[in-house]
Every structure is written in structure tokens, then in C-alpha cells.
Design a protein around this ligand. Structure first.
Ligand code: COA
Length: 248
């Protein structure tokens, strides 16, 4: 399972997907979008944590501008990148993005669709779309506001401000700031391995509840909890805790 531009590696506790067009700074073209859909179909059928990174010290320098230039109104309405990134965002298990170098335009929007972002000092993340005569229509206008607040989101979207790794960390856009890509990947793997020790049903329920609209709370929390309260895994995990001293 792999499109030419998306390298997929099955690790024990997660799936590692690498955007792999380093000669084009991992610009997201139609092949990459198709490969992302194929990966999502797999992870929807058998939920796994996904770690997303870019090859060659960049995450992704945007949607492929050569293809974008040829797209017309109907292509915009089809939401080619938007629908793929929404599908990534909606994956049942957590998605962790490892952000090094450039994460611009559609590359930044793919990063915003992740649940957890870690990055490096070399990171440059932002949305220069208006400089190309278009808007950032693949998630930035709603996700960035939620992630960094309206003021900074407005400066990034209206004035094209690109954040450094330090600025992205200070804004909470990335939750770990590392010296280089290898260290950032190592932290992402540590997070994925921590997730693997948790109950996957509870993790997936937490993600659904976390992503639910404000007016769905607390009913959605209670409905999800009701399912988990009756689960054998909850019984097993709580019993193991309560018996832990006898087992020493
Ligand atoms: N779409 C298509 N091709 C892209 C691309 C994109 N978003 N970003 C980079 N590339 C291509 C370049 O055209 C170049 O191809 P070539 O070697 O065939 O000429 C190759 O990737 C390397 O890019 P280059 O600009 O030479 O690398 P750099 O390291 O000097 O600069 C960037 C990197 C990211 C600063 C620069 O490529 C850039 O500004 N890219 C566009 C960013 C952008 O506006 N993204 C938003 C798109 S929605």
C-alpha cells in the first residue's frame, strides 16, 4: 500500500507515512492526494495511530502550484485537498505531524489537520495563499483560529505571516520544539508508543468527543462513557490497577 509520493511503513505501534517528493519540497499533487485517501481508507478499516512526516528536511511546501494554476471553479468546489485533509482529521486514531523545514499553504493545512504537531527550529509554517491569488481553503480558516486564536490566525491568513519553529511553539501550534527532524520524529514515536499502551477504544472515544461541536457536550461525553463503562477492557484495566500491590 503506497502511492509513489507517499511512503508507508508499518511500525509496531503506529503507521509512518512520509510525503516523498523532496525534489519538489513535497508539494502536494493529485497523486499524493490519492495516496492519502488510500491510506485513510486503510486506517479507517483498521484504526492505527498515524505519524506523518516529509522527506528531505521539509514537511511540504504547499499544494502543487503547477497543478493549482490549471484548476478552475469546479475543481475548487470539489475541494480536492480540503476533502483529503478532512478525512485525515477524522481518522479514528490520533494523527501526529512531524514538522521540519517548510510547511506552507496546503502543507500547513495538512499539518493543521493532525491532532498533535511536533516541530523543529528550522520550521517555517504559514499560509502564503493570498500571494498566489487564492485563499487557504483546505482547513486553515477554521482550524488555525482554533489552534492559535483569532488574532494570530488573522495575521497569518491576511498578512501572510509565516511562523518560525520558536513562534509556532510559543503559539501552541506545535507542542514540542526540537533541534532537528530526527529528534522531532523520535518525540513523535515516543508519543505514538505512549498512545499504544492506552485503551484504543477509549482513545478513539476521546478523539470523537474532543472533535465534537460545543453544543454536543455533555451528551456525547456521556454516551461514549456509557459504552466504555460496560466494556471488559475497562474492567480489566481497573482491576489490574486495584490489584497491582498484590502482584508485587
Ligand atoms: N508547488 C510546486 N512546486 C513546488 C512548490 C509548490 N508548492 N514548492 C516548491 N516547488 C518546487 C520548485 O518549483 C522547484 O522545482 P524545480 O526544481 O523543478 O524548479 C523545487 O520544488 C525546489 O524549489 P525551490 O524554490 O528551488 O527550493 P528552495 O529551497 O529555494 O525554496 C520554498 C523552498 C518552499 C521557499 C519555495 O519553493 C517556495 O516558496 N515554494 C512555494 C511555497 C508556497 O507558496 N506554497 C503555497 C502553495 S498553496
Amino acid at each position: 500500500m503506497s502511492g509513489a509520493a507517499l511512503r508507508i511503513e508499518d511500525r509496531d505501534s503506529f503507521v509512518l507515512a512520509t510525503l516523498d517528493r523532496p525534489e519538489k519540497r513535497n508539494a502536494i499533487d493529485l497523486d499524493l492526494i490519492a495516496a492519502l485517501h488510500e491510506l485513510c481508507a486503510t486506517l479507517e478499516a483498521v484504526p492505527r495511530t498515524l505519524v506523518l512526516q516529509g522527506a528531505g528536511a521539509n514537511f511540504a511546501a504547499g499544494a502543487d502550484i503547477a497543478q493549482l494554476r490549471e484548476r478552475r471553479a469546479d475543481d475548487a468546489r470539489a475541494g480536492i485537498n480540503t476533502r483529503a485533509f478532512m478525512r485525515v482529521h477524522a481518522l479514528p486514531m490520533p494523527v501526529i505531524a512531524v514538522l521540519d523545514g517548510y510547511a506552507l499553504g496546503g502543507g500547513a493545512e495538512l499539518a493543521y489537520s493532525a491532532d498533535i504537531r511536533v516541530g523543529t527550529h528550522a520550521l517555517h509554517i504559514g499560509n502564503p495563499e493570498t500571494g498566489l491569488g487564492i485563499i487557504a481553503a483546505a482547513g486553515a480558516t477554521w482550524r488555525l483560529r482554533e489552534l492559535v486564536g483569532e488574532g494570530l490566525a488573522a495575521e497569518m491568513l491576511l498578512a501572510g505571516r509565516v511562523l518560525t519553529g520558536e513562534e509556532a511553539h510559543a503559539a501552541g501550534l506545535i507542542t514540542h520544539l526540537l533541534p532537528n527532524g530526527d529528534d522531532a520524529l523520535a518525540v513523535a514515536i515516543t508519543i505514538a508508543e505512549r498512545i499504544a499502551k492506552l485503551d484504543p477504544a477509549a482513545t478513539q472515544a476521546s478523539k470523537r468527543v474532543l472533535r465534537a461541536p460545543r453544543n454536543a457536550h455533555p451528551e456525547i461525553d456521556l454516551a461514549e462513557q456509557a459504552v466504555l463503562f460496560d466494556s471488559p477492557e475497562k474492567e480489566r484495566r481497573m482491576t489490574a490497577f486495584l490489584n497491582r500491590k498484590q502482584q508485587r
